[in-house]
Structures are given as C-alpha cells and as structure tokens.
Design a protein. Structure first.
Length: 517
C-alpha cells in the first residue's frame, strides 16, 4: 500500500478529508484536484524546487491546499503566526525569501503591511477573500488542470521558532529527492509512535492554530494516513467536547492549558458528552502538572498520551499506563531518537542528575536559516538542545525541570518554577499560574508568582486570597520555594499554542538589572 494523501485520495476520492469550522465537508478528491491546480498555478509564475510559499491563514481547508501543494512540488511551506504584526511578518517573508504569499482577508491589514515592507510584488500575493492589492487565490487556481503535475517531488515545512529570545529563526532541512508517496510514511510516522494506523476510520480534531509546528505535523499526518480532519476556528472547552461526540473523534492534539479549561467545566456538563470514540488524546508544548494529568486520565480513561519534542527534531513519548507508573515523566526516547543530559561543559550526567536536555535523531539534520552561529551554539556533537533542564531516571524516563532561562537562582540555590506552578494550579481557585525570579539585593533573586484565578473566585483577588495560596504552598513545597508575593491578573499571556509568554511578566522587573542566567 502506498502512503501519502495523494495515493489515498486517488483510491478513495469520496472520503471526507476535511471538515471546515462551519461544518462544510471537503472530500479527498476535491482536495486533491485543488492542490494539483495550485501547483500548476504557482509553477506558471516561475516557482521552482526549493522555493518558499508563505501563509497567513486561519484554520481552513485551503491551509491544507497550500500544504499539500508544497509537499508534492518540492517547495518549503512557511506558515506564519497570524497574531504577529506587519513588520514581524515582513521579517519572516524576507528571511525565508518567500516567492508567494497566501493570506486571508481576516488578516488583511497586517498582510498588506508585511508584503509592502518585504518588497513582494502584487503578482506574488494572493487573497482568500478580498485584500486590496492582492490577487484572488481563486483566480490562481481556476482554469488550471486538476491532473497531477509533472516532476512531483517531496517538499517540506519550514517553521519559524517563536522568537522568545530574539528574532524568530527558520528551521530549514534539506529536501529529499524522493516522491511524495515515498515521503508519505514519514509524514504519518509521528502517529505510529502512539499506535495510530492508516485508514481505520480515524478522525482527527484540530483545536489549535495550524501555523503551530505540532498541530500541522499531526493533522498533516492524519491526512497522509487517510483520516478525516475536523477543524475548529476558535477553541472552547464545550466546543471541543461537542465535536468529539458529533464526529466520533478518535485522536487530537492539545496543550495542558486546554486540559485545565475543560476540567474547570462543571462536572455535570463534562459528563454529559459521549467521549467513548476517543483513542488518543495527545499533548505536549508545555509542562503538564501531575494533578491535572491524573484528573484527565480519571475522566477520559487511559487514552492521554504525551510526548516531548522540538521543531528541530527528536523526542520522547509515554502512554497513560507508563505515565501512571512514572508520574511527571515526559517519556522515553523515540525508537530512532536519543536523549542525553549534559552539563555546561558538554559532559554526560548520571541518573537523577539535572542538566541540559539534548536530543538527536538520524535524518533530522537542520540549520537555522541564515544563522550559522545559532545553529552551532545549540549543538554538542550530534546532539542539539532547546534549553530545557531535566534528568533521566534509572529506566531512561525523562523528567523536565524547567527552561534554563526560567530557572531562579536564590542565594546560590537553583529553583525550578515549573514545580511551584504545578502546585499552584492544583488549588481549586487557580486557573493558571506563572512563577519567575525578580531582582533582590540580598538573595540575587526572589520568587514572584502571578495567578489567574478561576471565574467568580471567593475571596476576590487580593491580600486574603494571596495569603490562602501562600499557606497552601507552604505545606506542599520547601519554605525557600514559596513565593515572596503573588499578583493577580485576569488572564496570563499565552500564545495560541499554549506557551506561556513569561518574559512579558518578568522583564519589567529586570529593567536596569542583569540576570545571573
């Protein structure tokens, strides 16, 4: 059996490939014809193997039209965060040397600004809907042949890092001289880590933005395996539960923040939905507090799978049964991946010793586009790191402590905020929490917590609730780990992928000061 969307769509053109957020169904045959037409249309404009096509799109079926066109024409797809502003998007367009931009009218203002600043010509810019100065995406496709284009060759995605420590960097891999069908098994391989197979009446639910690496990887793999992909435009706890029941969803990909918001629903409402179709609720992207994950497993059953990975490649995986035996772990290394814990000098550390987490995976070589210094800086031999701290237990299970940049140094002692955050969010009055260090003349740093309370919390956010939470922590973590103070906010700054933007909270306290790390 050949793998890949194109082979599947040729064999089963009537299969529903994508369900739009408004419920409109797109068959595999319709999607195949449209992505073929797009290849013909862009090639007519002169795009060649190795060129980049950028998108500023919401979750919609045409996101996959562009994705599938790129991955069968040897192009790099550059999905851009639609929450960025015009100059930020322009930087990515310039850095990636995008030869075409496809944008949605919802993001017209930032797209026009970005295209102009990046120097893209009108004939390179295409609008889904109406954008002044952009050509119609429909005009690019209409009239083009729906037959497969000649000289088909595998393309890939070039994601840009979130840029939390500076300008975002494009993660670029060399293109393999293979057919899209040969690449199909690789596209779907991530699902096989969890035991998910091709076809088999699987339905994948997308509840996060497709421009995020993992969301596109998992949903693209689902398309490659002949699964139906159901799209949400804006995620909500009940909206997800309703779609699981309606479409008999079998697998999805979430982040821990979404777990907490579902768990915050009244139990009667949570239990009113039929979730029996779910086989794999996969999560990653941010640390999941032990209590939150345990409650999810109690509610959903042993279908909550976890992995740890990076856009750069490699990772770990753990199912519910193994996690319950090793609470807090993010799993063991993938079959073809390696995980190592190294000290500052690049030496390997022993069982239980905390150091920097490094990973490697054959065939996953990459470079940060146009940034050889950054490419070299995060590597030790064949291993790379994204700056996380952790340790391995005696059975090879990885436990994460925190990001190196988030670690607090209090009087020479290393404190890992994720541990304190995990305890805070286990309190019934806390929806979300962030912990970080702020400058202190005597100790170097002291601990500050910022809490997002649950709705209609009693007592109201203020000194009384602060005292209650600090007393709660004092019985759960060592005294030196208890924050010196707690601030309250209506909502913590997280990006749409669930990653906490801690710098927005921490940096104002450090103006005029120099951190030890």
């Amino acid at each position: 059996m050949e793998f890949g969307f194109w082979a599947m769509a040729t064999e089963q053109p009537e299969l529903v490939a994508v369900v739009e957020p408004d419920g409109k169904e797109i068959t595999a045959g319709e999607m195949l014809a449209r992505c073929n037409q797009l290849v013909h249309g862009l090639r007519a404009l002169g795009l060649a193997r190795g060129d980049a096509v950028a998108t500023v799109l919401p979750n919609c079926a045409d996101f996959y039209t562009v994705y599938l066109a790129c991955t069968q024409a040897g192009w790099y797809l550059v999905p851009i965060n639609n929450h960025l502003v015009g100059p930020e998007i322009a930087y990515i367009l310039e850095n990636s040397e995008a030869k075409a931009l496809v944008a949605h009218e919802r993001f017209a203002d930032i797209s026009v600004t970005a295209a102009k600043e990046a120097g893209l010509r009108a004939e390179q810019c295409f609008a889904i809907g109406e954008i002044a100065g952009f050509r119609s995406f429909g005009d690019l496709i209409d009239g083009q042949p729906s037959e497969p284009p000649p000289d088909r060759t595998a393309g890939t995605v070039m994601n840009y890092t979130s840029g939390t420590t500076g300008r975002p960097k494009g993660i670029r891999r060399a293109l393999n001289p293979i057919t899209p069908e040969q690449a199909g098994l690789g596209f779907g391989g991530i699902l096989m880590l969890f035991g998910i197979q091709p076809r088999d009446d699987n339905v994948h639910l997308v509840g996060s933005p497709l421009y995020h690496t993992a969301v596109l990887v998992f949903s693209g793999a689902a398309l490659s395996f002949g699964h139906t992909v159901v799209l949400m435009d804006k995620w909500s706890p009940e909206g997800m539960l309703e779609r699981i029941e309606r479409y008999k969803v079998t697998h999805s990909h979430l982040v821990p923040t979404q777990f907490r918001r579902m768990l915050a629903l009244p139990e009667e409402k949570r239990r009113s939905y039929d979730l029996s179709s779910m086989r794999h609720m996969i999560h990653a992207a941010a640390p999941c507090p032990v209590d939150v994950k345990r409650r999810m497993i109690e509610w959903w059953g042993p279908v909550v799978d976890e992995y740890y990975a990076a856009s750069e490649g490699g990772g770990t995986v753990v199912n519910s049964e193994d996690w319950l035996k090793h609470p807090g772990t993010v799993g063991k290394a993938w079959p073809i991946s390696e995980v190592s814990i190294l000290d500052e000098a690049g030496n390997g550390l022993g069982v239980g010793e905390i150091g920097t987490v490094y990973m490697s995976m054959p065939g996953a070589d990459f470079e940060y586009h146009k940034d050889p210094d950054k490419t070299a800086a995060n590597r030790v031999g064949k291993y790379f790191t994204v700056g996380d701290l952790g340790y391995l237990d005696g059975e090879g299970y990885l436990f994460l402590c925190d990001r190196k940049i988030d670690m607090i140094i209090w009087g020479g002692t290393n404190i890992y905020p994720a541990e304190i955050e995990g305890e805070l969010v286990s309190h019934p009055k806390v929806m979300d929490a962030a912990v970080f260090g702020i400058p202190d003349e005597e100790w170097g740093e002291v601990i500050k917590a910022v809490v997002e309370p649950v709705d209609d919390v009693e007592p109201a956010p203020g000194p009384e609730l602060e005292a209650e939470l600090l007393a709660y922590l004092s019985g759960r973590v060592a005294k030196f780990k208890v924050p010196s103070s707690i601030d309250f906010v209506a909502e913590l700054p997280r990006d749409p992928n669930g990653k906490l933007l801690k710098r927005r909270l921490r940096d104002p306290f450090w103006e005029g000061h120099e951190r030890a790390i």
